[in-house]
Design a binder for this molecule. Structure first.
Ligand code: ADP
Length: 152
């Protein structure tokens, strides 16, 4: 390949890999989980982002910085629910199964976050649209994909 066509081949390559092909397993907790337990979970599961759900649907995201921020204040993290400190819907940036790894990477960069939940949209009984978490795309996921392509 010449320089220009190599770039265009790589461009269509990353736009053709679906988030479904590389997604990882998310760590999910419920809204009533305490900040303390969520921090322990973050260490045990070796992750930087935890997704929070309410009645089975995505309601929030918590990250390392959220935990650092709350521990600087005078709070009882053993009783404080994670729902009090999470970034919540509708401010969560997510991706859907039909999107490419390129689309996901653009959102990660534009919104300066470490990961995106992969969600399926479902209509709840009350007719409102809810998000069901089915995976996770993170900077690590994308780096691992690069390593796998290199090894293969
Ligand atoms: P870290 O805290 O390790 O830097 P992030 O960069 O992912 O991790 O998180 C920075 C902020 O963005 C946190 O307040 C977090 O709650 C929020 N956040 C993380 N992921 C998302 C997302 N997908 N959509 C919206 N906000 C997010």
């Amino acid at each position: 390949y010449s320089g220009k066509s190599l770039i265009s081949v790589m461009g269509s390559f990353i736009k053709n890999i679906s988030v479904m092909d590389v997604k990882s397993i998310p760590v999910v907790v419920s809204e009533d989980t305490t900040v303390y337990d969520a921090i322990v979970t973050m260490f045990l599961e070796d992750t930087g982002n935890i997704y929070v759900q309410n009645k089975g649907y995505l309601s929030g995201v918590v990250s390392r910085k959220d935990f650092i921020k709350i521990t600087l204040g005078n709070h009882d993290i053993k009783t404080l629910p994670v729902a009090m400190i999470m970034t919540r819907m509708p401010n969560i940036v997510y991706c859907e199964p039909g999107e490419s790894i390129f689309d996901a990477a653009v959102k990660i960069i534009d919104h300066q976050v470490d990961s995106l939940p992969v969600v399926e949209k479902v209509n709840d009984n009350d007719g409102s649209e809810k998000l069901k978490v089915i995976g996770k795309i993170s900077k690590t996921t994308i780096t691992k994909m690069m390593v796998k392509i290199g090894n293969d």
